[in-house]
Design a protein around this ligand. Structure first.
Ligand code: NAD
Ligand code: UDP
Length: 310
């Protein structure tokens, strides 16, 4: 019997790539999604696969399933989408975590939480190691996501200590690639879509804020290694330590698309972190993992994807 995996948020950007990778390993996959930011198009090619099932369900509601492993990815990840219904975002993070942890406890499944570099908030330590507790505004516009993810981490560790649930916690740093939505709102897809349409490229603030961009295939490899790793709960950072300013990214996307777009500057959103870069020493040590795809190469694949769908 092959292992049964539940991927919540399985029709989303990361989730759909993860479902694909699990099927390629010969495992069974149940993709659960409420299709808020996920799309059937992302998993269309998997439908009909004998080891693939889709369930339309909202993870804020309990569900009874018998599975061996749970990857909890359900939650909108783009600030535009997670701020659209902030209360719902908190519910998804908190009640979603309670529901998957309850299931893991009942069926003795291993459960992985897709946490985020946002638990570090606007960091005062650079680069960010897992030992840093963060600098998060508890009442700002990003807090529905940041604090929601922090509560989820707390729940994971309490279920582990109190009930012996077999947990894995990863903190994902900005990840990009094919299957991000055209209107996703995150920076890489926004800039590529704007450049391909020769529309103005919208840099928020003066563009001096930094991010570190990880290509999707590298992230999926890290997720699988963490889930397979014995005797290590995390939290562990998964991200690409290459650090770029947002203005550098805008210029690179313009150059690589050959776009005639001009770069325009818009107000910086509230509590937008100034600098972000993962310290990935722990992932290297425990998982023997580090990203292989440099930004230029990942952008090339992502630009090709958007050229096809625009
Ligand atoms: P995404 O928005 O593409 O995917 C999220 C998926 O969850 C979508 O398919 C959406 O429909 C589904 N979903 C949302 N609310 C749900 C609910 N209540 N019930 C069931 N399904 C629901 O985002 P993504 O980039 O694929 O992110 C996946 C996970 O990884 C998220 O938990 C996100 O917080 C985390 N993460 C992503 C990044 C990144 O850079 N991509 C960084 C840090 C953390
Ligand atoms: N950003 C930008 N223009 C856009 C979208 C985002 O300049 O059209 C900036 C945003 O202000 C932030 C960075 O790009 O500083 C990354 O934003 P994103 O929403 O991708 O993710 P975050 O890391 O902020 O959650």
């Amino acid at each position: 019997m092959s292992r049964v995996n539940l991927v919540t948020g399985g029709a989303g950007f990361i989730g759909s790539h993860l479902c694909e990778a699990l099927l390629q390993r010969g495992e069974e996959v149940i993709c659960l999604d409420n299709f808020f930011t996920g799309r059937k198009r992302n998993i269309q090619h998997l439908i009909g696969h004998p080891q693939f099932e889709v369930i339309r369900h909202d993870i804020t509601e309990p569900i009874l399933l018998e599975v061996d492993r749970i990857f909890n990815l359900a939650c909108p990840a783009s600030p535009v989408h997670y701020q659209f219904n902030a209360v719902k975002t908190i519910k998804t993070n908190v009640m979603g975590a309670l529901n998957v942890l309850g299931m893991a406890k009942r069926v003795k499944a291993r459960v992985l939480q897709a946490s985020t570099s946002e638990v570090y908030g606007d960091p005062t330590v650079h680069p960010q190691p897992e030992t840093y507790w963060g600098n998060v505004n508890p009442i700002g516009r990003r807090s529905c996501y940041d604090e929601g993810k922090r509560v989820a981490e707390a729940l994971f560790f309490d279920y582990h200590r109190q009930n012996g649930v077999d947990i894995r916690v990863i903190r994902i740093f900005n990840t990009y690639g094919p299957r991000m939505l055209i209107n996703d709102g995150r920076v890489v897809s926004n800039f590529i879509v704007q450049a391909l349409r020769n529309e103005p490229i919208t840099v928020f603030g003066d563009g001096s804020q930094t991010r570190s961009f990880c290509y999707i295939s590298d992230l999926v490899e890290g997720i699988l290694r963490m889930m397979d790793c014995e005797g290590f709960t995390g939290p562990v950072n998964l991200g690409n330590p290459g650090e770029f300013t947002i203005l550098e990214l805008a210029k690179l996307v313009c150059e690589m698309t050959g776009s005639s777009s001009e770069i325009i500057f818009k107000p910086l959103p509230e509590n937008d972190p100034c600098r972000r870069k993962p310290d990935i020493s722990l992932a290297k040590e425990k998982l023997n993992w580090e990203p292989q795809i440099p930004l230029r190469e990942g952008l090339k694949h992502t630009i090709e994807y958007f050229k096809k769908i625009i």
